[in-house]
Design a protein around this ligand. Sequence first.
Ligand code: AMP
Length: 223
Amino acid sequence: MKGVVVFLGPPGVGKGTQAGLLREKLDAIHISTGALLRSEIESGSELGLSVKGVMAKGDLVSDDQLFGCLENTLDRDRQLSEKLVILDGVPRTRSQVSRLDEVLSRRGLKVALAISLVAPVEKLVARFAHRWSCQSCGSVFSFETAPDSGSKCEKCGAQGAFYRRDDDGEKAVRYRFSVYHEETAPLLDVYRERELLQEVDGLAEAGAVFEQIRAKIVKCFDF
Ligand code: AMP
């Protein structure tokens, strides 16, 4: 077993980008709960329809909706116990910490490391004005002006697939930050008390952030 790493940090700090790099370079399994829920919305499923409005506003979906979706994904992955698993977007509340522990323990897994990406909120809020996502692979980019229909995603090659997430507008972004402060930031202490927390400067260049994270993972796991 390699083990489970949870990524913590405010919206826009680069959790998805870093988890994607770990998938690419360390062959990790990257599970983004936001991406799972967005694909439910895209598929038009009952769950997708019921979470669409909540997510567009920047609010949290219910624990039952979240864990239903997460457990289905965990159960589909046959390599869960052999690889490094990066959880990006969960837990986000105290109740999710204990529920996640149970869900993992039923599968013989546990959180072995919590990486906190740290950055001042003001710097992050400004990033959202230029944030575009690839509909095809979920990668996030910063463009000063709207990309045209011929623009290609440098990660997956999809053409004309850039879009602005419903919850990346200013009002929803402010709301997401307030939810983060009230519900998620207190989890840093939970993992600190468990002596699992490692902090990384989230404002450094992506490659440098990745090297810091890699070093912490190598130290924690048997790589
Ligand atoms: P993210 O892609 O991580 O920014 O998540 C986008 C949105 O998905 C959040 O604003 C929530 O509406 C929903 N979401 C993702 N993860 C969770 C979670 N652990 N608990 C509740 N809602 C979540």
